[in-house]
Design a protein around this ligand. Structure first.
Ligand SMILES: [Zn+2]
Length: 228
């Protein structure tokens, strides 16, 4: 009886050690994959902030063109500085959503600067170019094929020209293994970046079109809730 009980104890202890080992290994893998995701997001956001920085400096007003223009330009410059700080301090994938949301606001400010330089009316808020949000707020639309037919995607004029003449859009690409793919085909890792750029358009026809092309934008209530 005693031997039987001791045997049972050894089996139970072995089972417990195995379960702990598997749990630790899973946790380690999750931490490694989250670090990898953060590294990729940081690299992508650093690139986007650098592109914005170059455009902010290119649009710096050389003459006194009025308070409105100064204000719009300073808005873009301050958002760029804040985005730069946020990229540095981000430690979790969802922190990067705020970075690209700042970039979307800064791009909107720059489009106001451009309009004011041309003595045009400042344009209202528009979604960023779907294909590459660094192109700025969309001034055009294109028909894009999806499973159910086509949708109208907001994009920049240059991408609309490319697509309408049969060429590919100048897409923002994302590293996937040894390749780079357009961001909307890059899967879950791109989600915080994409939500920062486009998430404010949820509930609009723009969003309905975009989420049919970029599956990563589709909200899965349960998993998104669990991740929050
Ligand atoms: Zn574009």
């Amino acid at each position: 009886m005693l031997y039987w009980l001791m045997g049972l104890g050894v089996v139970a202890l072995g089972g417990l050690l195995l379960a702990t080992h598997l749990h630790d290994r899973r946790e380690r893998r999750e931490i490694e994959s989250s670090h990898h995701e953060v590294d990729e997001l940081r690299r992508a956001c650093e690139d986007d902030v650098a592109l914005l920085g170059a455009d902010v400096r290119r649009h710096a007003p050389l003459d006194d063109l009025g308070e409105l223009l100064d204000e719009a330009w300073r808005g873009a410059r301050d958002l760029e500085a804040e985005a730069r700080d946020l990229v540095r301090s981000a430690s979790s994938p969802h922190h990067f959503e705020l970075v690209t949301s700042h970039l979307a606001d800064a791009r909107q400010c720059l489009s106001e600067v451009q309009a004011l330089v041309l003595d045009d009316t400042a344009p209202g808020p528009r979604p960023a170019c779907f294909f590459n949000p660094n192109h700025g707020p969309a001034d055009a639309h294109v028909e894009w094929p999806v499973a159910s037919g086509t949708v109208k995607l907001p994009c920049c004029v240059a991408d609309a020209h490319r697509i309408n003449s049969g060429a590919e859009p100048y897409a923002r690409t994302w590293r996937q293994g040894d390749d780079r793919v357009p961001w909307w085909l890059a899967g879950h890792a791109v989600k915080p970046w994409a939500l920062g750029w486009f998430g404010r358009w949820r509930g609009t026809p723009h969003w309905t079109a975009m989420e049919q092309v970029a599956e990563v934008l589709v909200t899965h209530e349960h998993s998104d809730h669990a991740a929050a």
